[in-house]
Write a protein that binds this ligand. Structure first.
Ligand SMILES: [Zn+2]
Length: 262
């Protein structure tokens, strides 16, 4: 299990140890580690800089620049038990889409790759992990390379505080001056990534700012349905068609949200 920098900073090591013990697991050894961007790309092989510049930048922002700790745990059914510990800690302490405090592998092949990268630091964790599953996680849906369009790391720094807890809702984009009582809504979609969703919004919402597109994508993941566009019927129809062309399925029309003061 990987205790991410926030886990240490927020003093959550004790709750993790309690959850590990309650799951019938034993801590065989533990090591302080500091993650760098190259580690992030090795550990989360489903993302790469070119297709997922947003996801990798958010992971860099969250995981690098502070100490983490890796725990080797063992016990009955340790793989499944460690996943339950992860889910429990996240449900109690996670603070946002990327700020999820602890990591544990979801697949045994992933565990082998990550453990062999992070462990092997003492006699207790010297033995290599082996798995007959593929070591690499399958690539997740990519988006366009936003590094060609704006300073991705600077944007992530700017929006990071707004993505903690429930991500801030920046409000819908006004596509034109035609007033209707209808808005286009975007809902959560686990088949997509932040990068593939923001890419769809980038093309479906002409004039959207990077900040607004990222916040709309993240808020939609939490809200169940976020109004992303208002305007005339033709513009809204074009918006929905573009979303569909980018494989976005969980979207549709709904009542226009009340205009917010300011
Ligand atoms: Zn060790």
């Amino acid at each position: 299990m990987l205790l991410k920098p926030d886990c240490l900073r927020l003093g959550l090591t004790g709750p993790v140890e309690s959850a590990v013990a309650a799951a019938g697991l034993r801590i065989d050894c533990r090591h302080a580690v500091e993650l760098f961007p190259a580690d992030v790309r090795h550990l989360w092989s489903e993302y790469d800089d070119r297709g997922h510049p947003l996801a990798t930048s958010f992971l860099d922002r969250y995981l690098t620049g502070g100490p983490s700790e890796v725990l080797l745990v063992s016990g009955p059914d340790a793989f499944e038990a460690a996943r339950r510990v992860k889910r429990q800690i996240r449900s109690e302490h996670a603070a946002g889409p990327f700020a999820n405090v602890v990591h544990g592998a979801e697949r045994r092949g992933e565990l082998a790759r990550q453990a062999n990268h992070l462990l092997g630091r003492c006699d207790h964790c010297a033995e290599p992990f082996v798995s007959d599953e593929p070591a690499l996680n399958p690539a997740r849906p990519p988006g366009i390379d936003f590094r060609e369009h704006f300073d991705v790391a600077a944007l992530v720094d700017e929006v990071w505080p707004l993505t903690q807890g429930v991500p801030a809702d920046p409000g819908p984009v006004r596509l034109d001056d035609d007033a209707t009582d209808t808005a286009v809504y975007l809902g959560p979609d686990r088949a997509h990534t932040l990068d593939s969703t923001v890419t769809a919004l980038w093309f479906a919402l002409p004039g959207v700012t990077p900040r607004q597109a990222v916040l709309l994508a993240m808020h939609a993941g939490f809200s169940g349905g976020t109004p992303i566009a208002v305007g005339g019927r033709r513009a809204l129809r074009r918006c929905l068609r573009t979303l569909h062309e980018h494989g976005i399925r969980n979207c549709g029309k709904g009542p226009c949200p009340p205009v917010r003061p300011g």
